[in-house]
Design a binder for this molecule. Structure first.
Ligand code: DX5
Ligand code: ZN
Length: 217
């Protein structure tokens, strides 16, 4: 079974509480929260105060995806704000090993995300420390882009590595996930699928969440 992490990026920002309620009714377990700083990626979204406020209205697992430069500056703040999983980009932090340890020292799950062009071998010496690997299947910054087909090989390779080494790591992908490719992606070994526009862009968000859940079961 794979799981769904609807990305709030495509939700109605004027009505976040209600949008979250809809995916909860639909059966989502995770909420993917995209934090962007306008430096690491060419877009700015939301940050600590929003996550803190949403923490009070939802018990979903908060899967926080930091697309910010030098994320090590804010680890304690995001842990305090309510992140259950904190994922940093390997490209954004010089001392990746130290950053991962800092996240783990907060008692939450540590993830590392890789941009499409970043090779998997940057994970070689930290993989055993990780709770989650996030393979970006689009270039980060915006929702609604198309899945990059070349990432399928990357997903297969990292899945095999996790399996061969018997590691307890969640394999997550982010970008261009929709009802048509979800089943295939699950079959490649993905554990957690992020979907933004395909969930929150739907006419009926509750029904769409349920459709995804059925496909991923
Ligand atoms: C983009 C974000 C994604 C985004 C995905 O940088 O990391 O989480 O919401 O959007 P979709 O599912 O529309 O491709
Ligand atoms: Zn994301």
């Amino acid at each position: 079974m794979a799981r769904l992490a609807p990305s709030l990026l495509s939700a109605d920002f004027a009505d976040l509480k209600e949008e979250i309620r809809k995916i909860e009714i639909g059966g989502a377990d995770y909420l993917h929260l995209d934090v962007m700083d306008g430096i690491f990626v060419p877009n700015i979204t939301f940050g600590l105060p929003v996550i803190k406020a949403l923490r009070k209205v939802s018990n979903l697992t908060f899967d926080v995806h930091l697309m910010i430069d030098r994320p090590e500056r804010y680890i304690k703040d995001f842990a305090d704000a309510g992140a259950d999983i904190l994922t940093v980009h390997a490209e954004a932090t010089t001392h990746l090993h130290r950053t991962i340890q800092a996240i783990k020292s907060m008692g939450i799950k540590a993830g590392v995300a890789l941009n499409p062009s970043t090779p998997l071998n940057v994970l070689d010496y930290v993989l055993k420390d990780l709770d989650l690997v996030l393979i970006m299947t689009i270039n980060p910054g915006f929702g609604g882009q198309s899945f990059i087909k070349a990432m399928e090989d990357k997903i297969r390779t990292i899945h095999k590595k996790i399996d061969d080494n018997n590691l307890d790591i969640i394999l997550e992908i982010d970008g261009g996930v929709n009802l048509d490719n979800a089943k295939h992606l699950k079959e490649l070994g993905v554990d957690l699928l992020v979907a933004g526009s395909a969930v929150f862009g739907a006419e009926d968000i509750v029904a769409r969440t349920k459709e995804f859940k059925e496909i991923l079961e």
